[in-house]
Design a protein around this ligand. Structure first.
Ligand code: GLC
Length: 516
């Protein structure tokens, strides 16, 4: 497959160079699925022979101990931003998947206790913080590659300005670099007052609705969509949904204008990191051929959460963020009915304080029947995937969703609202042919949740059918290989693409990338 490119100075063949820019990268710093996806994707691309470099901020919460290699070098770069020239330290390190990482160290902006904000609100200077990510990532890559990479791949609104900075650069090589913008959730756009523009290196010629402005505000997500060569999102169904007018996110027209450049590539999961036959967080290890270890995991989960297991009740697991998107309000409404039906609930989630208190109240009211742990991610989440019988995801919309994929891999059966990536990854169970991996809600309502869970519980009474469904889920191919190949094909196509799509006129802005 390789080589993909030729070195400009030596003319020798070399692998494709991809600069990934993201606000999260597991295991260094993650707040949700984005961090996991960056880890899995960069690893898979690296294994395919692509020269990947991930640029991400060094936060106060970054787990530097998760780097396997010692930090290689720290070099200062200077970037013109925030009405000033700021110094950013670039620390190069390597992940355990052998991917090179550039950690961008700018303590006044990034050295904080969280990635995005406090429990109450986002940081007020997030516009400047993530503009800095975009600009510093390009400078750092310039230092490393002595010029631009073949592909700039920016993820979510936080990284989107990088694409505009490159496209509007005074440096021709950077203006020519091909770019891909991936949005993981169009509900989060990064919208800021237009008065902040000069500070962000965005100047008058592009401050209009055909470029970086949406509804009178600077919109980072829109900027990524408008200035990139290709736009992708994280499942095929979601790529269609975002073009539908009823999907109320305010950017339908902008996306429609770029619909021939928009593709959905469904996320995989890192099957090495998510492997029940090797997972040390579990009470027992097992695989699809011999899943008996799941019994011990189920018993251990019930004991850990204090659930009463007399009469062998089904355990319904939920690992989520407490937001409207995830349908938590609908779940709250049906808890009494599910408990009456004899189900047990194992809920692991963080988010909105008001829902957190409600869940605490319900777990108090239904002691031994409803357990709530206010936690994010590992290792309790892994024990839920391994020990629950069913895994509920009643999301109103879901760009891709990783929880249902982890659940299937660990043998709990997903019950989902079939939207976005949930529809693409969970195949509804067919009793006649014993095919499929889970259940779809017939409607995204409290009644729809109850009905789907009841259907699942009824089928669970037939052990043979149930075990087949569990096996179907555990053996489905969820690895990154196919998705990474799709990204690779896209990169290849771009590197050979000519001419480039027409875009708003490139205008030199303050964000010059001319090397210092
Ligand atoms: C966002 C989306 C989620 C997706 C994840 C990774 O968190 O809401 O559906 O799985 O990004 O792409």
């Amino acid at each position: 497959m390789l080589p993909d490119a030729f070195d400009a100075r030596t003319s020798l063949p070399r692998p494709l160079r991809v600069l990934i820019i993201s606000a999260e990268l597991a295991p260094f710093a993650r707040a949700g699925g984005l961090g996991d996806v960056m880890q899995g994707l960069s690893h898979a691309l690296g294994e395919m022979g692509v020269e990947v470099v991930v640029a991400t901020p060094l936060y106060g919460v970054t787990r530097l101990d998760s780097a396997v290699a010692p930090q290689r070098w720290k070099r200062p770069i200077w970037i013109p931003i925030g009405g000033d020239v700021r110094q950013v330290g670039v620390i190069e390190t390597v992940t355990d998947g052998d991917v090179r990482v550039l950690l961008l160290d700018c303590p006044p902006l990034f050295k904080r206790d969280s990635i995005y904000g406090t429990a109450q609100e986002p940081y007020p200077d997030n516009d400047l913080r993530f503009a800095t990510l975009g600009m510093a990532a390009l400078r750092a890559a310039d230092l490393m590659f002595h010029g631009p990479p073949d592909i700039i791949h920016a993820h979510d609104w936080h990284a989107a300005l990088a694409i505009a900075y490159a496209r509007l650069s005074e440096n021709e090589a950077w203006r020519e670099a091909a770019s891909v913008f991936t949005f993981h959730n169009i509900a989060y756009q990064g919208s800021f007052p237009i008065t902040r523009a000069p500070m962000l290196g965005l100047h008058a010629p592009i401050l209009h609705e055909d470029a970086v402005v949406a509804n009178g505000s600077i919109n980072y997500l829109k900027t990524g969509i408008v200035y990139s060569d290709r736009v992708t999102t994280v499942s095929q169904t979601y790529a269609q949904e975002v073009l539908e007018p009823e999907h109320d996110h305010g950017l339908t027209e902008v996306l429609a204008a770029r619909s021939d450049s928009l593709v959905g590539i469904t996320n995989g999961i890192d099957t090495t990191l998510w492997d029940p036959s090797r997972d040390r967080a579990l009470a027992a290890r097992y695989d699809a051929h011999d899943p008996t270890g799941r019994i011990a995991c189920r018993t251990a989960l019930a004991a850990e959460l204090g659930l009463d297991m007399s009469h062998d009740p089904p355990i319904v697991g939920v690992v989520s963020r407490l937001t409207h998107q995830k349908g938590i309000d609908m779940l709250l409404q049906v808890v009494p009915t599910l408990v009456d039906d004899g189900m047990r609930l194992a809920i692991v989630a963080v988010g909105d304080q008001q829902w957190q208190s409600k869940l605490e109240g319900l777990s108090e009211q239904y002691r031994k029947k409803v357990a709530f742990r206010c936690a994010f991610g590992d290792p309790i989440a892994r024990r839920v995937y391994a020990g629950a019988d069913l895994f509920l995801m009643p999301s109103r919309f879901e760009p891709c969703g990783l929880g249902q994929q982890y659940a299937m891999r660990y043998g709990s059966v997903p019950v989902v609202n079939p939207v976005g990536g949930l529809a693409d990854t969970v195949e509804p169970f067919d009793e006649t042919h014993a095919t499929g991996t889970g259940f779809w809600l017939e409607e995204p309502t409290p009644n729809g949740i109850v009905a789907a869970l009841r259907r699942a519980v009824a089928i669970r009474k037939n052990a043979n059918l149930w075990n087949q469904m569990v096996r179907n889920g555990m053996t489905r191919n969820a690895s990154w290989d196919a998705s990474a190949r799709s990204y690779y094909a896209l990169y290849r196509e771009l590197v050979g693409a000519d001419p480039r799509p027409s875009l708003p006129p490139p205008v030199p802005v303050g964000a010059s990338l001319a090397r210092s």
